[in-house]
Design a protein around this ligand. Structure first.
Ligand SMILES: O=C(O)CCCC[C@@H]1SC[C@@H]2NC(=O)N[C@@H]21
Ligand code: NA
Length: 614
């Protein structure tokens, strides 16, 4: 079946796609004309801090589940097997730590933007650098998100490319500009439902057309697509339990812990408990989203294993997914339209969240501090102009994506690792290390970004991933191929550095920022605990070493734990367990060596520079 010539989209499909755009516009208009009619920045940017945990939790998922995951994850499973599914293990600590560490700190400081924290803890310069880094990350990411669905559809179904990009961009800009955060959250809720429905439809029809569950399972099992638990500790191995389950935690923390798009949703909750609960509620839906996209990849493999499609449209694995969907759904009027709606719901919900968070930080972190006397009306108007201009900028970024590599999932995750990782490091430096000062934070961030881009660009230039063969039944070629690749692919020195798995970028860059930040802080005079703004520290070290006697703890982490009742005590113990587990897993594999180095350096610094004990 060659979808480009056959008529796939019936009138019903176009109607469904149009209904999706119209519904999103309707929600946007509703919030533009109801409530406070978006007249204050508190309402436009913070939804009046009145949101419940259900809409917030669905909106949290929608923010970083875009067409990139809908298309990229099935392509990943199709070419490399289900190893990627282990990223689900990272969701446990990747949501527990934001819920119990980052949300309380941000919520109690009553900030509107995550980067205000950086000024309270460090200085205005650190806040501006953090904001600019975030803007850089989200603008590129938005470009990938707008581009992916439009290009994939155009390549397979001839769906008008730039018309779609324009339609998506404009509709999204309009309802975000008109309805503010309330509209963005409620359209996210609607779009997440459409997203799940579209994926489910493809899976149900796909299994049925491939001969049923038993057949699908047999083919994927024999086709070597069900990956076992790969405990290989080699950090250059692309996907293992460690790179996904542990490296993935840092990726999750950079998104669900300190990314403005998510922090804004936590802060829009009516109480801190609601915010923490919404973070917990993300877990099951995120696992469902991951499962749906992985199963879709398995069904796709079962359908095409053994057949060679390189000749047809599917020049790349990205187009393969759309080709598979249209192959399954054509002839079922309405379902292709539902999947298009699913694709664009995933894209719209991410782009609108990005617009709104970009407008918020530009307003709160870059403009308001320069013009404190600005009236509320002008500030709100300016926020809307900003949302519009970011919309247009993102269309330009979409074109840039045209030039990026094939696997959009890898491109998106690399952006998060290269830019989100250092930002995560900056916040960890501020929250967990009382000694860190502004100079250390600034130098740490800059060095972290330079190393991140050196690593990221170096890896793109020397990259070669080996997809698994498409045979339906396991045979000897896989064993031979693996043996050969093991023998040849032991790179050394700089090449080994470039071949670090991209799933370790977040963790590696976060650690670089923390290490450099601490070293510079010690060299330029560490901050005293009493000089730090109360509420900006989280006594992580105090909790981690909670088994130490009191006087040692005071000396080491010099932060007195908060007064607490029995229930809070129990809550704290649960938290300690989570943080201690995370600490053990992390350090035992990668950072034990580095931690020893830091402690040795600190003691030598004390001896040589007679720094008073902290
Ligand atoms: O889908 C995207 O736009 C980006 C790719 C997924 C980003 C990460 S992967 C782990 C976490 N789970 C998600 O659904 N999104 C984030
Ligand atoms: Na989305």
């Amino acid at each position: 079946m060659d979808p480009s010539d056959q008529k796939i989209f019936t009138v019903i499909d176009y109607v469904i796609f149009a209904v999706l755009l119209a519904a999103s516009m309707g929600i946007g208009l509703y919030y533009a004309l109801s409530g406070g009619r978006q007249r204050t920045t508190q309402e436009f940017l913070m939804a009046d801090r009145s949101m419940g945990c259900l809409p917030v939790s669905l909106s949290l998922i929608a923010s970083f589940q875009s067409a990139v995951a809908i298309i990229g994850v099935p392509a990943e499973i199709y070419t490399h097997g289900t190893q990627y599914w282990f990223i689900g293990c990272a969701y446990i600590l990747g949501l527990l730590i934001p819920a119990h560490i980052f949300i309380p700190v941000f919520y109690r400081l009553r900030v509107s933007s995550a980067y205000q924290y950086l000024e309270l803890r460090f200085s205005k310069a650190v806040r501006i650098c953090g904001t600019l880094t975030f803007i850089f990350q989200m603008v590129i990411y938005m470009g990938v998100c707008v581009y992916t669905p439009a290009f994939a559809l155009n390549a397979v179904t001839g769906f008008e490319l730039w018309g779609t990009v324009l339609a998506t961009g404009l509709v999204c800009t309009l309802y975000t500009t008109l309805g503010g955060l309330k509209a963005v959250i409620w359209t996210d809720v609607f779009q997440t439902v459409v997203m799940f429905a579209g994926q489910l439809a493809v899976i149900v029809v796909g299994v049925q057309k491939t001969g049923g569950v038993a057949d699908v399972w047999r083919k994927v099992w024999e086709g070597n697509r069900i990956s076992g638990l790969d405990l290989n500790p080699d950090p250059t191995e692309r996907h293992t339990f460690w790179t996904l389950g542990v490296g993935g935690v840092f990726l999750m923390l950079s998104l669900y812990g300190v990314n403005q798009a998510q922090v804004q949703r936590y802060l829009s909750s009516r109480t801190e408990k609601e915010a923490v609960r919404s973070c917990y509620m993300v877990f099951p839906s995120l696992q469902l989203a991951l499962a749906l996209s992985c199963v879709m990849g398995l069904v796709m493999f079962a359908r095409y294993c053994g057949e060679d499609h390189s000749d047809k449209l599917a020049s790349s694995s990205r187009d393969m997914v759309i080709y598979f969907v249209m192959d399954m759904l054509h002839g079922l009027p309405g379902l292709p339209g539902l999947f298009i709606a699913c694709l664009f719901s995933a894209a719209l919900s991410t782009i609108s969240s990005a617009f709104n968070s970009l407008a918020t930080v530009t307003m709160e972190d870059l403009i308001k501090p320069q013009y404190p006397a600005m009236t509320e009306a002008r500030a709100t108007l300016l926020s809307k102009v900003l949302a519009m201009s970011y919309g247009l900028l993102c269309l330009a970024m979409a074109y840039l994506t045209h030039l990026m590599g094939d696997s959009v999932l890898q491109v998106a995750l690399k952006i998060f690792g290269m830019v989100g990782g250092p930002i995560l490091g900056l916040f960890c430096l501020g929250m967990f290390f009382p000694w860190a000062n502004s100079i250390g934070a600034l130098v740490g961030l800059c060095v972290g970004l330079v190393v991140a881009f050196w690593l990221g660009i170096g890896s793109i230039l020397t990259r070669s991933t080996r997809p698994l063969p498409l045979e339906c039944s396991a045979n000897v070629t896989i064993a031979i191929q693996t043996a050969i690749s093991l023998f040849f692919s032991q790179p050394s020195g700089l090449k080994r550095f470039y071949s670090l798995s991209y799933m370790w970028y977040s963790g590696f860059n976060c650690t670089t920022v923390i290490l450099i930040g601490l070293i510079i802080s010690f060299l330029t005079g560490p901050t005293k605990e009493e000089d730090v703004m109360p509420g900006t520290l989280y006594p992580l070290l105090g909790k981690l070493f909670c088994f130490l006697p009191e006087h040692l703890k005071k000396k080491l982490c010099c932060v007195t734990p908060l007064g607490q009742t029995v229930s809070e005590k129990i809550d704290l113990i649960a938290k300690n367990l989570a943080t201690v587990l995370q600490f053990i897993v992390n350090t035992s594999f990668i950072y034990t060596y580095l931690t020893q180095k830091i402690l040795k350096l600190i003691t030598t610094l004390h001896i040589h520079f007679k720094i008073p004990s902290m």
